[in-house]
Unconditional design. Sequence first.
Length: 268
Amino acid sequence: MSSGVRYEREGAVGVVTLDNAARLNPLTEVMQQALLEILDQAGRDPQVRALLIIGEGRGFCVGADLGSMVPQPGDTRSLGTRTADAMAVLSNKLVVALREAPFPVVSALNGAVAGAGVGLALAADLVVAARSSYFYFPFMPKLGIVPDLGSTWFLVNLLGRSRALGLTLLGDKLSSAQALEWGLVWSVVDDEALPEEGRKLAQRLAELPAHGALEMRRAFEAARCNDLATQLAYEAERQRELIDHPDFAEGVAAFMGRRSPSFGNRSG
C-alpha cells in the first residue's frame, strides 16, 4: 500500500511531498505514520537544516480520510472512540513532532487546504500559499465536530477569537489573499512559482544557526504566557547561554569581516 508521501533531501533541505493527488492528499492513517517516520529520519540526519512540506496535484490536503471512517470488523469501539484513539497515537503526535522539529519547517500550500489539513499546514514555522489556494473549515457546519490537529489553537492565537469563531462556525472559504491580510500565512505567490518559492524560503532558513527554530519557537511560546518582566528575564537567561555558543562567535566574526556567517550542522 502506498503511503501517499514522498521524501527526498535536496542539499540541506528535506522535501516532503504529499503524493495522493487523485484524492487531494487526504490524511490517511498510513500517510500520518509515514510522516512521523520521515520526521524522525530527518531529525536524525544532521545534514537536514530545514524541511519543506508541499502537496502534489490540485490541493495541499483535504483533511481526514472520511471514507475510511467506518466500523471495522472485530473492533468493538465506537467510531468516535476509535478516532480519538488514532488521534492520540498518530495525529496529535504528528503536530507535536512538527512543532518540536530541530529545524525550521515550511509548508507550501496549493489549492484546497481543508479540515485537518489546516492543522498540518499551520504547524509549520512559515507558510507560503499559492494565489489560488484557500482554507476551508467544514468541521462544524458540515459534520458537527470541532476542528482538530491543533487548528483551534492555531486559529485563535493567529487570528483572535472573533475571526476564529467566524471561520469555523460559518464554514466560508478563506482565500490566500485574505489569509495574508489576516496574518495566517507569510506570503502569497503565483501558482506556478509556489514550488520554487517554497524551496527558496526553506533554503534561506537552512542557513540559520542549527538551534534557531527551537529557540525562536520557545521564546515566542514563553511570551504568550509571561508578563513583560518575566519575558525580559527569560531573554537574558537565553542570551547567557547563546552568547557563549560557537554560532555567536561565528556571527560576530562574519559581521566584522563583512561576510555571510557559516553556521555548523546539527549534531543529529
